[in-house]
Design a protein around this ligand. Structure first.
Ligand SMILES: [Zn+2]
Length: 159
């Protein structure tokens, strides 16, 4: 297994990546990938992370870290910008909930030159959720929601 160690001392997260096939893991996110050994991102904070083989690390060194486990394929998808498994539920029910509970705080993207149009890459809500837009032939698609608040948990805590 390969460990991806976040460089941020505040984040303190190690991502442990595993796969049924060592070859697949090496090709996707290991020595065969473009990120080896220091070009990785931390799934917790999006900051830089470096790779190390778990066998080279003593378990004692790991005990103060938050450990996050991911399949090689899921970590590859995260590194490619598609997001984490828990960020992929972008159903209309989820969107309705987000837009009814929070307002848009900022809009990121770029002006389309020579027009009065704007290409939206993502929206950030006041509660911190970020919604990523992609194009489809029928309209805009939200394919990833990062940093989403847990509304169910919040409702329970609020009474
Ligand atoms: Zn981190």
């Amino acid at each position: 297994m390969i460990l991806f160690v976040c460089e941020s001392l505040q984040c303190h997260t190690i991502t442990r990546v595993m796969s049924r096939s060592v070859d697949e893991m090496q090709a996707l996110v290991g020595e065969g990938s473009e990120w080896w050994p220091k070009g990785y991102k931390c799934p917790n904070c999006n900051g830089p992370a470096g790779a190390v083989y778990e066998i080279e690390v003593s378990p004692v060194q790991l005990k103060d870290f938050n450990i996050r486990e991911l399949d090689a394929e899921d970590y590859f998808r995260f590194l490619m910008g598609v997001g984490l498994p828990e960020e992929s539920d972008c159903s209309v029910e989820v969107l309705q909930q987000i837009f009814s509970k929070s307002k848009v705080k900022s809009i990121a993207g770029h002006r389309i030159s020579g027009t009065k149009r704007f290409c939206v890459e993502w929206l950030e809500m006041e509660d911190g959720a970020r919604l990523y837009f992609g194009a489809s032939s029928h309209g805009a698609t939200i394919y990833r929601i990062s940093n989403r608040p847990n509304y169910t948990e919040k409702a329970l805590n609020d009474g």
